[in-house]
Design a protein around this ligand. Structure first.
Ligand SMILES: *Cc1c(COP(=O)(O)O)cnc(C)c1O
Length: 342
């Protein structure tokens, strides 16, 4: 049984700071703040460590000694998982989606540097069979005497979602300290767990904020389904932690709808991890303007979308105090440095 006592490992640098971006704010006539979840650490920097603090605590509580997960070749989540496993003296194995032998760069380089076992698969295998392949890997390790724990893509599952449920509480505590209220919280969405945790907390605790995920792949309807499902899966854990009663959890689960999650789906561009020149120009412009470096796969696309939606007629026009969660991804910028016009 899952024990509340060992619910969370303490690994990330928390709370992450919130910065006001004064020049971007002046440009659009709003108050734009950035929560620096890209600074949760170095090897495990980014948003995934908040989810892994809970997921890996469960793995440890179950006596597991090997973490298996999956992602794209430049997956920040895989790199964070590998670093946590290695730090805790566990072994790690990652299933990476790639069609040809990848250059040893960025996150993939760090996976290898920190000692991960790496298995490759094609796009089609990944899309249709990643759960089976990871199970097959787990069975192989179990036959060698390991006790594996499988973390699904992005650690976007019930227990992982707790990381952003509590991040939202952290934000509200910081609001009180700073004497400000964020009416809108924006985050990039790639597997749905970050958005799910933030909005679950927002709804359950009655914070009344508008929480928006900007899709970097797939579409809004897809992530609405996922976010509703993993939010429901998080409820038993929240009950065990004393965050809400079983009765309230049951009523909440029955009333939760996919449309409780708001997403912008217009900024995927030419596809996951593929960049258009205007997106790279935007990253360059923000880097020069604010010394805040966004990544090409997630935060660059999400903030490109924000700039557009902050214009007259845009869907963020009614927002005044906007908090963007910088979820990390810097290592994924280096492999595309040659695509920039500097
Ligand atoms: C994984 C990731 C996201 C998206 O978070 P999800 O919970 O997967 O939707 C955003 N930004 C960065 C840098 C990421 O690595």
């Amino acid at each position: 049984m899952w024990m509340a006592m060992k619910a969370k490992l303490s690994l990330a640098n928390l709370p992450t700071r919130i910065q006001h971006l004064s020049r971007w704010s002046a440009e659009c006539g709003k108050n734009i703040y950035v929560k620096r979840d890209d600074q949760t650490g170095s090897e495990w920097s980014g948003n995934k460590i908040r989810k892994l603090e809970f997921a890996v605590a469960e793995a440890v509580a179950q006596g597991c000694n090997l973490l298996i997960t999956c992602g794209g070749i430049q997956s920040n989540h895989c790199r964070a998982t590998v670093s946590v496993a290695t730090y805790l003296g566990m072994r790690s194995a990652v299933l990476l989606r790639i069609s040809e032998q990848p250059p040893l760069d960025g996150n993939y380089f760090l996976d290898r540097l920190m000692g991960a076992d790496v298995r490759f698969c094609t796009r089609d295998e990944y899309r249709d069979h990643r759960a089976e392949i990871m199970q097959e890997m787990a069975d192989g390790y179990a036959a060698q005497g390991f006790k594996p724990y499988i973390i699904p893509e992005g650690a976007s599952f019930g227990v992982g979602t707790l990381g952003y449920y509590f991040a939202m509480k952290e934000i509200v505590a910081q609001e009180r300290e700073m004497g400000i209220t964020f009416d809108t919280v924006v985050v990039a969405t790639g597997s749905g767990g970050t958005l799910a945790g933030l909005q679950l907390s927002n709804l359950l605790n009655g914070y009344g904020k508008r929480v928006i995920g900007v899709c970097v792949c797939d579409d809004a309807a897809y992530f609405q389904e996922i976010a509703a499902r993993i939010s429901r899966d998080a409820l038993p854990y929240l009950v065990a932690l004393g965050e809400l009663s079983q009765d309230r959890a049951d009523r909440f689960a029955a009333s939760l709808k996919p449309t409780d999650f708001e997403l912008f789906e217009e900024y995927v561009g030419i596809g996951y991890a593929l960049s258009r020149p205007e997106e790279l120009e935007h990253i360059h412009r923000m880097a020069k303007l604010e010394a805040t470096v966004f990544d090409p796969v997630y935060t660059g696309k999400a903030t490109y979308g924000m700039v557009n939606e902050l214009r007259p007629g845009g869907r963020l026009r009614s927002s005044e105090n906007i908090l963007f969660i910088h979820t990390g991804g810097l290592y994924g910028l280096f492999p595309v440095s040659r695509s920039f016009q500097l």
